[in-house]
Ligand binder design. Structure first.
Ligand SMILES: *Cc1c(COP(=O)(O)O)cnc(C)c1O
Length: 397
């Protein structure tokens, strides 16, 4: 079941249903056992000393965490995957693994805010300098790479504003200078974009989002190509930042349905985004799968699909005093959408986005940005709810 040459020819949903564990390795039970473990026993002193037993201690993995890691390896085409306690840890651990004092990091300006906060605090204090770059830099990244640039970090689409990066061009330029390319691929998941196939060395997912799928678990997944796998694994071994079997089980269980869930998230989100383009009170819709979105051609070139997260820019009609008031009116009128952070679960969510941290990537000037996570509810009910919100916002004049 974990033989890649065999699974390579299978369709996505078949792969998701059957990768990770082989039921016949555990009495034929379809799902892997949830192994709770710190201590692992050795049969004799020679084995204890040999270092050759498959499992040696809980921090180094269990059959449950291995099943999830293997399922992610197959999906991403990765040499190996480490599982960490949150999506944020999935960002910070590879940065700590590949950067040291005196190194330089190139970080996309449209990055997930907590990633920026990590660079501006802990990495800075460790003596790593960060330069933020334009998400549209493309091959121009070459001019920003210094002798001590060790990592080029990408996130595409950009957080909340959905800029698409030219990942193949950035990877090519970075590799000519021996920099490691990392990508936060949480939005597309490997279902709709496989970073390692586009030259990325280390790919990151918040397992919390679509892989978890039910707003009840936090987990991070970091996968590497063959060249960088050892060093990535070392950071987990050295720091002891590991995930437990219960959470790993939950995420693997949910990944079995990730393909069909994403189909529904994709369709509902795109239908709503399309309809919202013409609604009074909406200045713009930020969704890379819309033909009018500025980066649409690049999205179409590289991605197989789009997920359920996009933003709308409310139209404040040139009155800056109304930005927040309109946003609050919109959010407070919603009855189905919950107001809350994170996304990727079955239920719809909305938040007001803050972009003040950006230094290069231009923020919308028309009004507040509202981020919508489109869940698995009936899309017509969600549209009615959004219209309720827009009506409330439009009443502020
Ligand atoms: C949510 C998110 C994370 C962090 O995941 P957590 O599990 O919430 O820590 C990282 N990157 C992106 C792009 C995210 O959306």
């Amino acid at each position: 079941m974990t033989d890649k040459s065999h699974t390579a020819k299978r369709g996505l949903n078949t792969t998701l249903a059957h990768s990770g564990n082989n039921p016949h390795d555990y009495f034929g039970f379809v799902n892997p056992p949830i192994v709770h473990a710190s201590t692992v026993l050795f049969p004799d002193a020679a084995t204890l000393e040999s270092g050759k037993q498959r499992y040696t201690y809980g921090t180094h993995g269990t059959p449950t965490t291995d099943a999830l890691a293997e399922a992610v390896n197959v999906l991403d085409g990765a040499a190996g995957t480490i599982i960490v306690p949150s999506g944020l840890a999935a960002v910070t651990m590879p940065l700590l693994a590949f950067l040291k004092s005196g190194d330089h990091l190139l970080m996309v300006d449209s990055v997930y805010y907590p990633t920026r906060r990590f660079c501006d605090t802990m990495l800075r204090d460790l003596g790593v300098e960060t330069t933020y770059y334009d998400p549209h830099v493309g091959a121009g990244i070459a001019a920003l790479i210094r002798a001590n640039t060790k990592v080029v970090f990408t996130e595409s689409p950009g957080s909340n504003t959905f800029e698409i990066q030219d990942i193949p061009a950035i990877s090519k330029a970075a590799h000519t200078k021996d920099a490691v390319v990392m990508m936060d691929n949480t939005w597309a998941t490997p279902v709709y974009f496989k970073p390692l196939d586009f030259g990325v060395d280390i790919t990151i997912q918040a397992g919390t989002k679509y892989p978890g799928g039910h707003s009840d678990v936090l987990l991070g997944l970091v996968s590497a190509n063959a060249k960088h796998w050892r060093k990535l694994l070392d950071v987990q071994t050295v720091t002891g930042v590991c995930a437990n079997s219960d959470d790993s089980y939950q995420v693997l269980k949910s990944m079995r349905t990730m393909g069909i869930r994403l189909e529904r998230h994709q369709k509902s989100a795109l239908d709503l985004a399309t309809a919202l383009q013409d609604r009074p009170g909406v200045a713009r819709v930020l969704h890379p799968a819309l033909p009018d979105f500025p980066d649409h051609a690049m999205w179409k070139r590289d991605f197989n699909g789009s997920s359920g997260l996009f933003s709308i820019v409310l139209d404040a009609k040139g009155n800056p005093d109304h930005w927040r008031e309109k946003a609050h009116a919109f959010l407070d009128a919603l009855q189905i959408f919950g107001l809350g952070y994170s996304w990727g679960g079955y239920e719809s969510l909305a938040v007001l986005v803050h972009l003040e941290d950006r230094t290069i990537a231009k923020c919308p000037v028309e009004g507040s940005v509202i981020r919508l996570q489109i869940g698995l509810e009936d899309a017509q009910d969600l549209m009615i709810d959004i219209e309720r919100g827009l009506e409330a916002a439009n009443n502020i004049i």
